[in-house]
Each structure stands twice: as C-alpha cells, then as structure tokens.
Design a protein. Structure first.
Length: 463
C-alpha cells in the first residue's frame, strides 16, 4: 500500500513538473530566441501551450461559447486595458491589438508592417505569385473594375437583372425554405465573375465554381489546416486545384484568341486587360500563375463578404419595421420622380438613397464582416512602450471603431461594389418582399466572420 502511494506521489510530481514546464515552454523559448531585453518589452499576455499556443482558447470563444470577444475580455480582465497583448495563435507568435488608434497606425504603416495570414487563409493562393507584385500595382489591378462612379454605373443594369430574377425565384420556392445567404452568395458570385471574366463562364461552370468555393470557405481560419485523409483541409485543397484548373483553361482560351487577333477583338473584362498587358520589353506582364493567384482570392472575397453583409441587412431591416418603412418610403419617393419612359435603376438614383446608405453603414458597424486582420512586423517596432518583434503577427479584431473595409494601401478594393450590390438588393427587397426566418433564433457562425445561418422564406408582398 505504501509503495502504491509513493508511486502515485512520484507520478503526480512528474506530471506536475511537465505541466509547469509545458505551460511555460513558449515563454522560455521566446525569451531565449528574442533575448531577455526584447522579451521583457513585449506587451502583457499569455503565449499558451507548446505548438498550439492559445488557439484552443480562441477556438472555444468562437465556436463553443459563440462570443469571440470573450477571448479579448479575458485579456482585458487579466492584464488591463493596455490595448496590446502577446499571444500565440494559428501556430504563430502574435500580438493582439484592440486599441483603434494602434490598429489604425498598423494599417497605415507599410514600411514596418505587411500582410500575413494563417496557413488556412493562404489556401486562396497557388504559388504566391500575386503577393510578389508591388502592392500598389496589385491594388490598382483589382480595384479598377470595381470603383468610381463611371465604372460602377456600368454594372447597375446587370446587377439589377440578377437581383430581380433572384428574388422572384426565391419567393416562388416558398413551400421549401432556403438558405438565403447561400443564394445571395451565388448571385454576387455571378456579378464578380462577370466583371472579371466577362462571358467566358457558362452557367454550369459557374455553379460548379461556386460549389468549389463553398468547400474552400469551410477551412478559412481553420485550426487544423493539415493535408491528411479525412480532414476538411484536404477536401478544400482538392477544390482549389479544380478551381485552378478551370481558371487556367479560361486563361489559355483567352490567350489563344488574342494571339490570333487581327485587332478587332474587344478588351472587355479585367482578364482581357491582364492577358494583353505588356511590359516595356514587349513580353506579357502577368503569367498565368499570377493571374490565377489574383482571381482565386478576389472571387472568394468578392462574393462571400458582401453576401454576409447583405444577409445581415435583410434580417436587421426585417426586424425593425420602422426602419423598413422609412427605407421603403425613400425608395417609393425616388420611383415617383422617375420619368415614365425609364425602366430600372440608374446610378444617379442610387446616389440619392441617403437613408439606405446610412442603414448599410450601420449594418457594417454592427456586423463586421471581416472582424480580423493580420499584419507581420518587418522589423522590431515600438508602440506605446511595447515591442512588436520582427516576424511576429499582429491580430487586430477592430472593436470600437468603424473600419469595415480596412485602411491604407490594404483598403478593400471591392468596397464600393459591395455597397452597390447591397443597395440594389435592398431597393427591390423593401419595395416588394419580406423575409421569414424558419427559426426566429437562428444561429450564426463566427469564423471566418459572423454569418447568420438558417433557413428562411422570401415572400413577395406586392404584385
């Protein structure tokens, strides 16, 4: 009996030692790696366990508790409101930034910080070729077909046609509740493909691409991005490879067409412009891999993010009858002033929708569709007396500040297009439809962003 007790004591001591050692391993490791001086200047916080860091606690806050800010609040309670906290997330040493002014500084400082995303997000690139393009050039390439009154006005008719057909189709399916956000995502996916690819993709290929992108969406911000049998990440990799294959075929087809061109082929879509672009030596400016890298991420963000925001907008406006009525009155007023010969919206009318614009901004404030951003320090950076070491990632959850589309050179290039899509959808919705959630307390996912999930009915209320 005494022997068993002694063995138990020894096992307890050993386990206790390993627990303490494991719990402090990251602290010891980074203290050695950075040097005591830099380590002591880090913000307060917890580097968590070996390998996983604080990712398990992060995952619990997002997926189990359902309130991501409990993770941040834990740091606030333990270390005070210092605005910066060291941590270890997604396999990377990280500084969490919660102070809006510090977030703003990091967003705008391209000399000291650069984009850096977890492995699960990098699935949206092939070989990283696009990231090698100087960011101002890359931003200009993506933003060119999605910003400016003249450019946006050309998209109004196409978007409106899709919205009208979509709402009519969804309302005809009243007996069978639908996943409205998925339907909106499919609609906006057609918009972004039309803008970037023109008419090169038929409906069947477009539906296949949308399905493949939904597979990709399952692993964005995943905690287990491992290419192993049975893992969602492996399925997502296969989906990405299929997307890449489809896009490569489209690009090759386009290149052959322009190679045989006698000067009469119109340069219409962004893809056309990328293919015909030449550098000063007369050779092509962008390789197929670079173009695919550009399109992979743009297509995902170009439909997923605005669809999430639009779904929140439909729910909020439906749950607030007085807001719904004010928005409807504004739209009816605009229609009454329309010439009898005019059919459909104009960009000038959209600019007159002051109340609807304010409502959309409020939706974006309440339901941040991109709640996190990641930056990597290019060098040791001192902010408010704390050091962010070179190579460390900055995780910025952006609480308390209205920054729906980022800042600086990384400002979302599709922000104006997203607002245009939401405006046109809401215009037709408040005039003719209402949404009826099947479950009034429908859940919402939290990663990579908060999305209202659940079946709904779209009901037509006017003839």
């Amino acid at each position: 009996m005494e022997l068993i007790m002694n063995v138990c004591v020894i096992i307890g001591v050993v386990l206790g030692f390993f627990y303490v050692f494991a719990r402090r391993f990251n602290e010891i490791w980074y203290s050695f790696k950075l040097g005591r001086k830099i380590y002591k200047s880090l913000p307060p916080g917890d580097l968590g366990w070996p390998f996983v860091g604080s990712t398990l606690a992060f995952n619990k806050a997002f997926r189990v508790v359902g309130d991501p800010y409990t993770f941040i609040h834990t740091h606030l309670l333990r270390y005070g409101r210092v605005g910066m906290y060291k941590s270890h997330l997604f396999g990377m040493p990280t500084v969490i930034v919660t102070n809006p002014e510090i977030c703003r500084r990091i967003y705008l400082d391209d000399e000291c910080f650069e984009p850096n995303y977890p492995k699960s997000v990098k699935i949206l690139e092939t070989n990283g070729n696009f990231l090698k393009i100087e960011h101002k050039i890359g931003y200009k390439i993506i933003a060119s077909p999605m910003n400016g009154s003249e450019v946006l006005s050309k998209h109004v008719e196409f978007i409106e046609q899709l919205v009208e057909m979509g709402l009519e189709e969804w309302s005809s399916m009243r007996r069978e509740p639908i996943e409205v956000m998925d339907k909106i995502g499919g609609l906006f996916f057609k918009v972004v493909l039309h803008i970037f690819l023109g008419n090169e993709i038929d409906d069947q290929a477009m539906a296949e691409l949308h399905t493949l992108y939904k597979e990709l969406g399952l692993v964005i911000m995943s905690f287990l991005p491992y290419d192993l049998p049975g893992f969602t990440y492996r399925r997502a990799l296969k989906a990405r490879n299929k997307i890449e294959k489809i896009l490569r075929c489209v690009i090759e087809k386009k290149r052959k067409r322009f190679e045989k061109d006698d000067g009469t082929t119109e340069v219409y879509s962004l893809l056309d412009k990328l293919i015909v672009a030449k550098n000063e030596n007369g050779s092509k400016s962008y390789s197929d891999d670079t173009i695919i890298d550009l399109l992979l991420g743009t297509f995902f963000a170009g439909h997923n993010t605005p669809a999430t925001a639009a779904m929140w907008a439909l729910l909020h406006i439906s749950q607030n009858p007085h807001i719904f009525q004010m928005a409807k009155e504004e739209q009816e007023s605009i229609i009454r002033q329309r010439p009898s010969t005019q059919k459909g919206l104009t960009f000038q009318e959209i600019k007159q929708m002051k109340f609807l614009t304010k409502f959309i901004n409020e939706v974006l404030r309440r339901n941040t569709v991109a709640p996190t951003n990641f930056r990597k320090a290019k060098t040791n950076v001192n902010i408010n007396g704390y050091t962010i070491p070179k190579g460390w990632t900055n995780y910025t959850p952006k609480p308390g500040e209205f920054i729906p589309f980022g800042l600086g050179s990384k400002f979302c290039p599709g922000s104006e297009l997203a607002k245009l899509e939401m405006t046109i959808l809401l215009h037709h919705f408040v005039l003719n439809y209402k949404v009826e959630p099947v479950d009034q307390n429908c859940n919402d996912t939290r990663l990579p962003s908060a999305k209202p999930m659940g079946l709904c009915r779209i009901v037509r209320v006017s003839q």
